[in-house]
Ligand binder design. Structure first.
Ligand code: MN3
Length: 247
């Protein structure tokens, strides 16, 4: 399997140079909201550190995730991590590096947690948007469905385990379906931590920071997770990631 391939896939999808500006954003199927693109378009000398367009409009995930949540989560939180990464790497050895390089080189390095946390949050959020889609949910198919059966038994058992893990993550963090060696695993990470720095290939993620659900669900995190799995999770994205990693 090739972790590198998987990472390249995200890099290509995510950091389409200049895609956030002007009319291109509409062609990529994004927003009909009122934010101007320039407000959401932090610039850096390093063109790989940019806020990528959302793969759907801010209203597209309603009623399960509101446009209000998405406008804050994408337009303020995700954009904020991008801006902070850009200023933190300015005039450092990381300035010309790719986002994934920066994440891998700063993890657990004393004095670099500010760069790591912001850069990893940029990557995690981009991966989260791609893990969702309007009219998602349902079940995976093909080889990923077979592998889930092999590693977890029934899909419903797997789904319950993912919900329990995501709901049970203490404090801020992420729930993931990952491939590690040849095994599928459900894991959670704390704060900005990401499977990229643990020799794991992420297939799907759910953001369980309160900012992801509090406006819509308040303290009912489990209802948010259940709604994602029933209506929004993008199994095609997970299948693509699995096939690339398993090849
Ligand atoms: Mn978030």
């Amino acid at each position: 399997m090739s972790k590198q391939k998987n990472n390249n896939f995200l890099s290509r999808r995510t950091f389409i140079k200049g895609a956030i500006s002007g009319g291109t954003i509409m062609a990529l199927g994004s927003r009909s909201g009122s934010h101007s693109a320039s407000k959401l378009s932090p610039r850096s000398q390093n063109s790989s550190i940019e806020l990528p367009p959302l793969p759907f409009s801010e209203e597209a995930l309603e009623p399960y995730i509101s446009s209000k949540t998405l406008s804050f989560h994408y337009g303020k939180h995700h954009a904020g991590y991008v801006n902070k990464t850009i200023s933190a790497i300015k005039e450092t050895e990381y300035a010309a590096q790719s986002l994934i390089e920066i994440i891998k080189k700063t993890t657990k390095i004393p004095g670099k947690s500010g760069i790591f946390n912001n850069a990893a949050q940029v990557w995690n959020h981009t991966f989260y948007w791609m893990s969702l889609k309007p009219k998602g949910g349902g079940t995976p198919s093909g080889k990923l469905a077979q592998k889930i059966k092999e590693n977890f038994g029934d899909f419903s058992v797997f789904k319950d385990k993912l919900i329990e893990a995501a709901a049970g993550q203490f404090g801020s963090g992420w729930a993931w379906l990952i491939l590690e060696n040849t095994e599928l695993k459900i894991i959670t990470t704390t704060n900005a931590d990401t499977p990229l720095v643990h020799s794991q290939t992420p297939l799907l993620t759910i953001d369980v920071w309160e900012h992801a659900y509090y406006l819509d669900y308040q303290n009912r995190r489990k209802d948010y997770i259940q709604a994602i799995l029933d209506h929004l999770i993008n199994w095609e994205f997970a299948e693509k990631n699995f096939l690339k990693a398993a090849m």
